[in-house]
Design a protein around this ligand. Structure first.
Ligand code: URA
Ligand code: SF4
Length: 221
């Protein structure tokens, strides 16, 4: 079982948002409040993919609004990427959690759940058709680039994919927040910003290519 039978044939962002709520492609819908679709404009040239909604995202229905979202915003700003011009989504659309002392704690989705949910992600990518895809962390990177991908080894290096002209992976913003010492946090934060800065450069080069193309076409016309 996977999400494919639930995904509309000719999706739009609003039809995806709506139909996603009825997905039964894996068991995760049972314990979540709602499916959390990607957010951002269809015209976004950059699309960022996280792992799955957290507690705050599950309650609000919006991706990256909690602590990891604040870390992401900070990274994007430092790299000169405007979040309002970015499409932000997740590899898995329902919150997977376990109860610990009355709190709902994030639980890593299985490879099977990630794979079941991939049709929603590929549908969002096909509607937005971004110039640059950024995978945030191992779950997103393996969903997009395959199971052999290793973020620790391959982050910050442009990856070939048929999904977009440019793609890159970096660490998950929550991984920065999990570091115990200030020094470790600072090191991970710097690596995150460095990777996002490469993504920003890819984005600018894609925009320049598109302008050049238009100018050439105009020249021909
Ligand atoms: N972590 C994620 O991967 N995605 C969110 O939307 C929030 C936290
Ligand atoms: Fe469907 Fe994905 Fe939710 Fe599983 S996690 S029920 S595949 S939307």
């Amino acid at each position: 079982m996977n999400a494919a039978p639930f995904v509309p044939e000719r999706p739009t962002l609003s039809s995806l948002r709506r139909t996603m709520q009825d997905c039964r492609g894996c068991p995760l819908y049972r314990r979540a409040t709602q499916a959390v679709p990607g957010a951002g404009k269809r015209e976004s040239r950059i699309l960022l993919v996280g792992e799955q909604p957290g507690n705050d995202e599950d309650l609000t229905g919006k991706p990256f609004v909690g602590p990891a979202g604040r870390m992401l915003d900070e990274g994007l700003e430092a790299a000169g990427i405007d979040r309002s011009a970015a499409f932000v989504t997740n590899a898995v659309k329902h919150f997977k959690w376990m109860a610990v002392e009355g709190k709902r704690l994030h639980k890593k989705p299985s490879a099977r759940e990630v794979s079941a949910c991939r049709p929603w992600l590929t549908a969002e990518i096909s509607v937005v058709h971004p110039d640059v895809i950024v995978a945030l962390g191992a779950t997103a990177a393996q969903s997009i680039f395959g199971r052999a991908f290793r973020v620790t080894r391959d982050h910050g290096v442009p990856v070939d994919t048929t999904l977009a002209p440019h793609a890159i992976a970096t660490i998950h913003p929550a991984a920065i927040l999990r570091q115990r010492s200030a020094a470790d946090r600072e090191r991970e934060r710097a690596a995150f910003i460095a990777d996002l800065t490469i993504a920003a450069r890819l984005l600018r080069s894609a925009t320049t290519d598109a302008r050049r193309q238009t100018a050439t076409e105009r020249g021909r016309g």
